[in-house]
Design a protein around this ligand. Structure first.
Ligand SMILES: [Zn+2]
Length: 210
């Protein structure tokens, strides 16, 4: 009962507060504004630190207030339905551009103590929509968020962020590394350092902010 009461306050559009709340966590108008301002189909595929990546939304300085709210609203473990929605938008673009090779695998960016957080929910939805299996190939080594670090500190620390799990030694034709947002690319590079032992890495994120 209590959790139901608490959740009432969140059941409105993240941007304008309208109660016409959709699976995207936005109302129809704000959802349209988001796609009009941040969805760039011709930039869906790009490269980050020489690693190929696929991204639905592109963050433009000072222009994407909705994207800002959305990226915060999607954090944590409670937004499964919204991640299913955004994953389906990603899959639509993805499968229009490539057929994932047989024996591909999806690897979420790991959270502290393997919490099933936003990156996991996104990866899980992508896995369900494509039939590509999800494995938790990486685990986190350094605790604590990156957001207070400078760009330099992030890059320095990035190599130590993850390690491969001991029980993962199979080879795959493609390893899709999934995270919610790419900023400096340090996380993608760190993941690639370890995952390339399993196969060719391609990153998937909802937002790119570079
Ligand atoms: Zn709205």
């Amino acid at each position: 009962m209590m959790s139901h009461l608490i959740s009432i306050g969140f059941n409105n559009c993240l941007q304008c507060g309208s109660f016409a709340f959709r699976q995207s966590m936005l109302c129809r108008v704000c959802e349209n504004n988001l796609f009009n301002s941040a969805y760039k189909p011709d930039l869906f595929e790009s490269e980050v630190n020489q690693i190929p990546c696929m991204t639905l939304f592109r963050w433009q300085q000072d222009r994407n207030r909705i994207l800002n709210r959305l990226s915060l609203g999607l954090k944590g473990t409670g937004q499964k339905a919204a991640w299913c929605y955004y994953a389906s938008c990603v899959v639509q673009n993805w499968l229009a551009r490539e057929t994932p090779p047989q024996n591909s695998v999806i690897v979420p960016c790991p959270a502290v103590s393997d919490r099933h957080d936003h990156a996991y929910l996104f990866a899980e939805a992508l896995s369900q929509l494509t039939g590509i299996p999800l494995i938790m190939a990486l685990e986190k080594t350094v605790e604590g968020p990156q957001k207070n670090l400078t760009r330099r500190e992030r890059v320095f620390r990035s190599g130590y962020q993850f390690r491969l799990r001991n029980n993962v030694c199979e080879k795959f034709s493609r390893v899709y590394f999934v995270d919610d947002i790419i900023t400096t690319g340090a996380t993608v590079s760190a993941a690639n350092t370890h995952l390339r032992a399993l196969g060719r890495v391609k990153a998937i994120s909802l937002i790119i902010r570079r």
